[in-house]
Ligand binder design. Structure first.
Ligand code: AKG
Length: 367
């Protein structure tokens, strides 16, 4: 019950030789619907209680990039926006993207389609899910059911959109909506990545061409966070940075995302009809640490269902990512990170427990 419409070369096969044994857990959707639920199983209790950590009341607004100016044919508008984009990447690693041209109805439609997908019977959702982290459709709960010692209050579905398009066949509208949405979002992401390339002093198409973004990986990662009776104990997703280059995220109107900024957790309330963008570990590697991927986390609440849809954009799976030689030479800096194939990085990050930036740390060169 899954659709494949090839649009390029298929993702390569997994290379982990000993994947951990599959473990099937109750979803948090099912758990939250248990009659009279007033507490949570201890396996959902995170030791550091997230609500006890300071959340900044900073009035410093998250940067906003007007996409129409980035794509402008007017050179002054474009270069000013690229300067702002560089500053946003340096200072925050996160920014809002407005005037991006993706119709609001499409953004609402993909959220509705994902909501309907999560409403399907458990066996159907489990039935289309692959078991390996690089399988093109994966449904599950927590982050990685096979290895997580503490479970996240989150169900998810991850669906590869590019270079090969995949989709569940249910709900019936999913394929058409996802195909259109992912195509439009990919155009926005590639233009922003061109801007990031220029903001680093590289050729506009340097990242696009070096990392073969024509065949770059794009996926829809939809997150469902049902109401949790003890939100102060649980965590939707613990602090982590994203793999890949650039993630574009939307959500239903319910907040929950927090970003680490200047050592504090900051609540992010997206501007309606905009994307929340963040740079991933592979921009940090390529920029030789000039731009840093930033820790973020999802907290949960006891009232509303929250749905977020993250669309990460990465290099082609077989691209080897290393610091751009021009940046390394120009700054007289040694490469701060070792080279690694994107596919191997992805397997490493998705196959282990989510733990801050521990995956990136593994390829950081010693001081
Ligand atoms: O739900 C959110 O707002 C954050 C999602 C996220 O960080 C992720 O999917 O990696």
């Amino acid at each position: 019950m899954a659709t494949t419409a090839p649009t390029g070369s298929p993702p390569s096969q997994p290379s982990l030789t000993h994947p951990p044994p599959p473990r099937k857990l109750t979803t948090v959707k099912a758990l939250s619907e248990s009659p009279g639920l007033s507490s949570i199983p201890s396996i959902y209790t995170f030791p550091k209680q997230p609500y006890h950590e300071p959340v900044s009341d900073t009035k410093e607004p998250i940067p906003t990039i007007d996409f129409s100016l980035l794509a402008s044919s007017h050179p002054d508008e474009r270069s000013e926006t690229i300067r702002e984009l560089g500053k946003a990447c340096r200072d925050w690693g996160f920014f809002m993207v407005t005037n991006h041209g993706v119709p609001e109805r499409m953004m609402k439609a993909i959220i509705e389609a994902c909501r309907e997908f999560f409403e399907l019977p458990e066996e159907e959702k489990r039935g289309i899910s692959g078991k390996h982290v690089l399988d093109p459709i994966r449904f599950g709960t927590s982050f990685n059911e096979s290895v997580d010692e503490i479970l996240c209050w989150r169900d998810y579905v991850k669906i590869f959109q590019h270079p090969e398009f995949h989709s569940p066949n249910k709900p019936p509208s999913f394929t058409e909506i996802a195909l259109e949405y992912s195509k439009r979002v990919r155009l926005v992401a590639r233009e922003i990545i061109r801007g990031i390339s220029e903001s680093l002093g590289l050729e506009k198409d340097y990242i696009d061409e070096t990392l073969n973004l024509e065949n770059g990986l794009q996926l829809i990662a939809a997150n469902l966070y049902p109401p949790c009776p003890r939100p102060e104990l649980a965590m939707g997703l613990p602090p982590h940075s994203d793999h890949g280059l650039l993630t574009l995220l939307i959500q239903n109107q319910i907040g929950g995302l927090q970003v680490q900024h200047k050592g504090k957790w900051v609540n992010i309330d997206p501007i309606p009809n905009s994307f929340l963008a963040n740079i991933g570990d592979h921009i940090e590697i390529l920029s030789n640490g000039k731009y840093k991927s930033v820790l973020h986390r999802a907290v949960v609440n006891n009232r509303d269902v929250r749905i977020s849809i993250a669309v990460p954009h990465g290099p082609a799976l077989d691209a080897i990512v290393s610091p751009a030689s021009k940046l390394v030479e120009n700054l007289g800096n040694p490469p701060a990170y070792g080279a690694m194939k994107y596919k191997e990085y992805l397997e490493l990050q998705q196959g282990t427990m989510l733990n801050g930036k521990s995956c990136l740390e593994r390829i950081r060169n010693g001081d």
